[in-house]
Design a binder for this molecule. Structure first.
Ligand code: NAG
Ligand code: NAG
Ligand code: NAG
Ligand code: NAG
Ligand code: NAG
Ligand code: NAG
Length: 584
C-alpha cells in the first residue's frame, strides 16, 4: 500500500493559487476521483455564472435530491435538497414499499432565471410519478417549489429547451415528449429517438445543442460492470439520429480498473469554455464484490471541437486535464462540504445538519435537538422491520425508521457518537449502524434484554447489554451479546464504528470518561452492505432507536428515548486504486 500525503500538495496549491490565476488556462491540472465520494449516483450538473451545481439520486432516503454547489469542481457544498418537506409530495413516502424505489435519476438544468430538477419517483401504485421542482435560489432549501407532476412509463427524464423555447423531456428507451412545465402535460405519442447501440437498458438521456446538431448522450449496458456512455446526433430534434461510429465514448467495461460501472453521465462547460463530464462509478475493481459506498460521482475532462464528437477521458482515480478553476470554498449557505468530516455537538440551538438523512420521511417529532443532545424517539419497528404486510404496516418501517445517518464518504473513517440512554422496558434499544437498506445493516446497540430464568425457575432482572447484529448480502456474522459493565451503566457511552481496512468494520463501545476501556464488540465485512438488495444505494453511518416491536400502534413503551451527543465522523483515507490511497 502506497500512502501518499496530500498535505504538501494542498498547501503548495494554496500558495500558488493567486499566481496560477493569471495563467490558469495555460497549464493543465490534476485531481483525484471521486469528486463526490460516497453514495452519489446518476449525477446531473450545470454551470451558472461560474458556479457548478449537481443533483444525484436518493431513492427512498429523505430529504432527497441533494443539490451540491462548487466553484472549483473539487469542493462540493451541500446547499439544499429539492425534496425537503413531506408537504411537497404528501403521503408518497409512506406508500412506497420497496427499498430501492423513490427518487430515481434526476436532471438539473437552469433556464430563464430558474433552476429545475426533473425526476421520477417510483413505487406509488406501481407507477412512475414524474416530478418537476423549480427554484429561483438553490441556496435556499425552502425556495424549492412543490412539484408539478406528470406520468410516463419510462424513467430518467432529461429536460431540454429547444431554440424556440419549447421544453422537452427525453426518457429511457429513448423517447421524446414535449412538456408543458406549468401543468406537466406531455405530448403524445412519445417519439422514439434512438435505441442505442444494442446494450441493455438504453437510459439516462441528455440532449445538448451544439454547432447546429442535437447531441443525444445516453447510458447503456445496465448500471453494472457493462455500463457505458454512448452518443448520437441529428440536425433535427426529433431525429433521425446518427450513432457515433466510435461508441461507447466512455466505459471501464472489460478492464482491470479500480473504478468500475462507469456510466450515466452529463456534460457541461466551465467559464473558460472547456467541457467537463460527470458520471457514476464504483470503487470495486473488476471483482465488483465489496463497495459499501455504492455508486459515486466522478469527474472527467472532455474535448469537444466544433462540429466533432466529444472525447471523454477514461475514468481513473488520478486524473489530469483542463486547468481547474482555482480552489474556492467561498459559497453561501449553511450546508457542509461533502468531503469534510462531521463535528456536531448537539444542543437545543443546533439545527439538524443537512447531510444527515433518514430512511423514508420520518414520523413528525421523531428527531429533535435538546439540551441533552439529539433526541431520537424510538420507532416500534427496528431497522429491519417485519416483512412488508398490510396487516401491521406500522412495523414495516414505511412510516419512517427512527434512524439518522450520513453517507460513508471515505474508504477509511472513524465514526462515533455519545449515547445517553436509560431503557425501562424489555426490547428498548439505541445504537449505531452501517446502513444500506432494511435488509443490509450492521448494528451495535445498547438493549434491555428479557431476564433469564434460572434452573430453579427464579426470574432475574432485565439485563442491559451491548448487542451486535448484522443482516445483509452473503454470510452474516453471529449476533453477539456482551453485558454492559455495571460501572458504565449510568454514564454516557461512546459507540464507535471504524474501518479496519477497506473491506471490514469494527464496532466498539467505551465509557466516555475512559476511552482506554474500549470493548470491540464485533467486526463485519463491508460485503454485507455492498450490492445485493442494495445495489442502487450506498452505505450510511448513523444512529437509531427502537423498541423492537414492543408497544402498540406506532408508539413504543415510555422511557426509551435516546440522546446522542458529540457526533464525530472523521475521514482517514480515500482509495484511488486497488493499491494507492490518499490521506484526507
Ligand atoms: C426502437 O425500437 C422500437 C421497438 O423495436 C421501435 O419501434 C423503434 O422504431 C426504434 N426506434 C428507432 C429510432 O429506431
Ligand atoms: C497523479 O498523477 C500525477 C501526474 O499526473 C503525479 O504527479 C502524482 O504523483 C499522481 N498521484 C498519485 C497518488 O499517484
Ligand atoms: C490538457 O488537458 C486536455 C483535456 O484533457 C488534453 O486534451 C490536453 O492534451 C492536455 N494538455 C497537456 C499539455 O497535457
Ligand atoms: C481486513 O480486515 C479483516 C478483519 O480483520 C481481515 O480478515 C482481512 O484480511 C483484512 N484485509 C486486508 C486486505 O488486510
Ligand atoms: C432481497 O433479495 C432477495 C434475493 O434477490 C429477494 O428474494 C428478497 O425479496 C429481497 N428482499 C427485499 C426486502 O427486497
Ligand atoms: C425486530 O423487530 C421485529 C418486530 O417488529 C421482531 O420480530 C424482531 O425480533 C426484532 N429484532 C430484534 C433483533 O430484536
Amino acid at each position: 500500500m502506497k500512502l501518499l500525503s496530500l498535505t504538501s500538495k494542498v498547501s503548495l496549491l494554496a500558495a500558488v493559487g493567486s499566481l496560477a490565476l493569471a495563467s490558469a488556462s495555460a497549464s493543465n491540472s490534476s485531481y483525484y476521483n471521486p469528486v463526490l465520494p460516497g453514495w452519489h449516483s446518476d449525477p446531473s450538473c450545470t454551470q451558472v455564472d461560474g458556479t457548478f451545481y449537481c443533483v444525484t439520486s436518493t431513492f427512498i432516503s429523505f430529504p432527497g435530491l441533494p443539490i451540491y454547489a462548487s466553484k472549483d469542481l473539487i469542493n462540493w457544498k451541500l446547499i439544499s435538497h429539492a425534496w425537503n418537506r413531506e408537504s411537497q409530495l404528501p403521503g408518497v413516502s409512506a406508500n412506497t414499499a420497496g427499498q430501492q424505489q423513490g427518487m430515481f435519476a434526476a436532471t438539473l438544468r437552469y433556464h430563464d432565471g430558474l433552476f429545475y430538477v426533473i425526476c421520477e419517483y417510483l413505487g406509488v401504485d406501481n407507477r412512475n410519478l414524474g416530478v418537476v421542482f423549480k427554484s429561483p435560489d438553490p441556496f435556499d432549501e425552502r425556495a424549492w417549489s412543490d412539484p408539478v407532476t406528470f406520468q410516463t412509463d419510462s424513467i430518467d427524464p432529461d429536460l431540454f429547451w429547444d431554440d424556440d423555447g419549447r421544453a422537452y423531456v427525453a426518457t429511457q428507451s429513448i423517447v421524446l415528449q414535449e412538456i408543458d412545465l406549468a401543468t406537466g402535460k406531455l405530448s403524445q405519442p412519445p417519439i422514439s429517438l434512438w435505441n442505442g447501440t444494442g446494450g441493455v437498458w438504453p437510459e439516462g438521456p441528455h440532449l445538448y445543442r451544439k454547432d447546429g446538431y442535437y447531441y443525444l448522450m445516453i447510458a447503456e449496458g445496465g448500471t453494472e460492470t457493462d455500463h457505458s456512455i454512448t452518443i448520437a446526433r441529428s440536425r433535427n430534434l426529433k431525429g433521425p439520429y446518427e450513432a457515433y461510429e466510435n461508441n461507447p465514448i466512455l466505459t471501464n467495461r472489460g478492464t482491470n480498473e479500480y473504478f468500475q460501472t462507469v456510466g450515466h453521465g452529463d456534460l457541461f462547460q466551465d467559464t473558460e469554455g472547456n467541457w467537463w463530464g460527470i458520471c457514476l462509478a464504483t470503487r470495486s475493481g473488476p471483482e465488483w464484490e465489496i463497495y459499501p459506498m455504492g455508486r459515486e460521482t466522478v469527474l472527467f475532462p472532455v474535448t469537444w471541437e466544433e462540429g466533432e464528437w466529444p472525447i471523454l477521458q477514461r475514468v481513473r482515480g488520478n486524473m489530469s486535464g483542463w486547468a481547474l478553476p482555482s480552489t474556492n470554498r467561498d459559497l453561501p449557505g449553511d450546508g457542509p462540504f461533502n468531503s469534510d468530516g462531521d463535528v456536531y455537538d448537539f444542543d437545543k440551538r443546533t439545527k439538524i445538519p443537512r447531510n444527515l438523512v433518514h430512511w423514508r420521511v420520518p414520523r413528525p417529532g421523531a428527531f429533535s435537538t435538546t439540551k441533552r443532545g439529539l433526541q431520537i424517539i424510538p420507532s416500534r419497528n427496528n431497522l429491519t422491520g417485519t416483512p412488508f404486510s398490510e396487516a401491521t404496516p406500522e412495523l414495516t418501517g414505511q412510516d419512517g425508521l427512527s434512524f439518522i445517518g450520513r453517507r460513508q464518504t471515505h474508504t477509511l473513517f472513524t465514526f462515533s457518537v455519545d449515547l445517553s440512554f436509560a431503557p425501562k422496558s424489555v426490547g428498548q434499544e439505541a445504537g449505531v449502524t452501517v446502513f444500506l437498506t432494511q435488509v443490509n445493516h450492521i448494528d451495535l446497540g445498547v438493549v434491555l434484554l428479557a431476564p433469564s430464568r434460572s434452573s430453579n425457575g427464579a426470574v432475574g432482572k432485565p439485563q442491559l447489554a451491548f448487542r451486535f447484529r448484522a443482516e445483509g448480502t452473503g454470510i452474516r456474522p453471529e449476533p453477539k451479546i456482551v453485558p454492559v459493565p455495571s460501572a458504565w451503566a449510568d454514564a454516557k457511552i461512546r459507540l464507535q464504528i471504524q474501518t479496519l481496512n477497506a473491506t471490514h468494520y469494527s464496532l466498539a463501545a467505551m465509557p466516555v470518561g475512559d476511552p482506554q476501556a474500549k470493548l470491540i464488540i464485533g467486526t463485519a465485512s463491508a460485503g454485507l452492505v455492498s450490492g445485493g438488495n442494495g445495489s442502487f444505494v450506498g452505505s450510511l453511518v448513523g444512529a437509531y432507536a427502537t423498541c423492537n416491536g414492543a408497544g402498540l400502534g406506532v408508539t413504543c413503551p415510555k422511557g426509551g428515548n435516546a440522546y446522542f451527543s458529540r457526533w464525530r465522523y472523521i475521514g482517514e483515507a480515500q482509495y484511488i486504486s486497488a493499491t494507492e490511497s490518499i490521506r484526507v
